[in-house]
Design a protein around this ligand. Structure first.
Ligand code: ATP
Ligand code: MG
Length: 392
């Protein structure tokens, strides 16, 4: 029996004239993600993408698992391919759904007839097929309101399809359809989640990470690279920029008042991020900040950080509690890596009493006591780039 994977679009169905470009982007993302599993034919019609395996030994469970993490998809399912003939549909349904129907108590048949030339109307298909299934599976009764199993028959242009599962997709918009942004990625819990959330809105993510050796170790950087790799399941390929930040942090420590260390450091991070963002066509920055979480994330502190930003800064976690963020981190499998105990450059030279409500003029005055520009330029020049693609 021939099996395929049917993919139903999410929000992009609403995109009117732009729909074609969203659809192309989604198809490209699916192709790229499945390439290592074998050959597929991927086609789209009527707000559905059909993934047809062309090799016999393709693991469809793995296909569903991978496609389930691709943004732009509302639902997906494995389905059996039938001739557009009621008796073929019936015979295939009996065989294909034998196990699920044998183990269920209630069911209903749901028919969708997008090919109006098919001789039976939807209610007729439901009644006829339902009757046959009731006869073959004495364990079943019909429950139209809340059935354990919904047998769906779709009559489409070239074939009919039968399936009994509907798996929720990752939602959102296809990655790349909203342009690119630069994620400030630390080794913590929050920033990987922020990257995931922006990718969900169709944003292609590049990542920037600041290291301060010898205060931060190689292991800390490797941890962030591991996070990048995990994010590729959702975000696709990620360009990863690693910025040598030690000299800037030492300059802050030697030249600025201690209470402003963190806020000045964050302003320098933003300055460097937007210079690298410009080189890589990123239209915005993304951080994992959430209002009130730490001293540098009060509204006053965020205002002082934003004052140096010339492009939008997206903070998708801004109104979330830590517990909500952790739930997502677990779901996307970044939590365990994020909680490995390696130091981040943010924890180097932390002030004992950071200003919780910094005033911009005071911060600027403190920062202007030293000319950071040559060191900023040097850090940008010495930034190293690596590309991450799917780990499997
Ligand atoms: P996270 O869990 O993401 O590390 P956090 O709650 O620990 O966040 P901070 O350490 O204050 O908060 O950092 C706030 C944000 O600044 C992070 O979410 C991240 O976007 C960015 N950031 C912090 N440290 C780094 C770093 N070393 N490299 C790149 N970005 C960083
Ligand atoms: Mg952190």
């Amino acid at each position: 029996m021939k099996e395929i994977v049917l993919v139903k679009y999410g929000e992009m169905v609403l995109k009117g004239l732009n729909k074609k470009s969203f659809e192309d982007m989604l198809t490209k993302n699916i192709k790229r993600r499945l390439k290592s599993l074998g050959q597929f034919r991927i086609t789209s019609a009527q707000s559905t993408t059909y993934i047809t395996p062309l090799d016999d030994d393709i693991d469809l469970e793995e296909v569903v698992d991978r496609v389930g993490k691709i943004f732009g998809i509302a639902a997906l399912c494995r389905a059996c391919v039938c001739e557009k003939d009621f008796w073929d549909i019936t015979a295939k349904s009996l065989e294909y759904l034998d196990e699920v129907l044998s183990n269920a108590k209630t069911f209903k048949v749901n028919a969708k007839r997008s090919d109006k030339a098919f001789p039976m109307k939807s209610p007729e298909i439901c009644t006829e097929l339902g009757g046959i299934l009731l006869e073959k599976f004495p364990n079943l009764t019909v429950d139209v309101k809340n059935p354990e199993v919904t047998v769906t028959v779709e009559i489409r242009d070239t074939n009919a399809y039968v399936h009994a599962e509907n798996i929720k997709g990752a939602g959102g918009l296809p990655v790349g359809s909203s342009g690119k942004a630069m994620l400030l990625l630390s080794g913590g819990i929050d920033s990987p989640v922020a990257g995931y959330m922006m990718a969900k809105r169709g944003v292609h993510i590049a990542a920037i990470h600041y290291v301060s050796p010898p205060y931060t170790s190689d292991r800390a950087q490797m941890k962030v690279e591991q996070l990048c790799e995990k994010l590729t399941d959702y975000c696709g390929g990620i360009a990863f920029y690693c910025v040598p930040f030690t000299e800037l942090q030492e300059a802050i420590k030697d030249n600025c008042p201690e209470e402003f260390f963190t806020i000045i450091m964050r302003r320098l991070m933003m300055e460097i991020a937007q210079r690298i963002a410009a080189k890589d066509n990123c239209l915005a920055l993304v951080t994992g900040e959430s209002v009130g979480q730490v001293a540098s994330q009060t509204m006053a502190a965020i205002a002082c950080t934003d004052a140096v930003c010339r492009i939008p800064v997206f903070r998708p976690l801004v109104g979330m509690d830590k517990t909500e963020i952790i739930d997502i981190a677990r779901k996307i499998d970044t939590f365990e890596t994020s909680t490995l105990p390696y130091e981040d450059c943010c924890t180097v030279f932390t002030p004992r009493h950071p200003k919780v409500r910094p005033v911009l003029a005071d911060v600027e005055k403190a920062q202007n006591a030293f000319d950071f520009e040559p060191l900023i330029q040097k850090a940008v020049e010495n930034t190293e780039m690596k590309t991450f693609t799917y780990s499997k």
